[in-house]
Design a protein around this ligand. Sequence first.
Ligand code: IMP
Ligand code: MG
Length: 182
Amino acid sequence: MQDDLERVLFDEPTILRRLDEIAAQISNDYRDRELTVIAVLNGSIVFMADLMRRIPLPLRLDCLSVASYHGKAQTSGEVIFKQLALPDVTDRDILIVDDILDSGHTLAAVCEKLETAKPRSVQVCVWLSKKKQRARCVDTDYVGFEIEDEFVVGYGLDFRERYRNLPYIGVLRKELLQQSSE
Ligand code: IMP
Ligand code: MG
């Protein structure tokens, strides 16, 4: 799998250090409240599991299964909620956790949808945020790393459902992206 990468962006020690920092920040901000983590599947699964084990507070976990990519490297703009029922977030302090903020379509749709259930508060935590002009604006409260506008894989992030199990994050070779988007 490493041969498919142009370069490694964040190695394991770097990821672990940053996890400790964000978890400390979240733990401090939510110390007097009961936190409900809403993980946006599948990409956030590795990050969410590592993050929540570093937050020593009573917390609840719910997952939201969403698709927006359909196996291509570019977003379609259409966000599909794969489950019928939304998690019960009414009057809860929710923290939406996602892997990466790209066009903003996914997180904007997730925030809008969850707001309809009247949570007490909504904050957004993304592991990676691409520095780019977004199709939809999303306010983030916690960001792991800001990255350039490149396609990255590993640490939960996939390309066509592969590479999620890499313990580091790397930039996928451009020719692989092009071959598969035809
Ligand atoms: P958005 O709706 O364009 O913001 O995209 C959000 C979703 O697209 C993320 O949750 C990822 O699943 C996927 N995505 C966007 N950029 C990348 C990337 O560089 N690598 C892997 N997945 C990505
Ligand atoms: Mg994905």
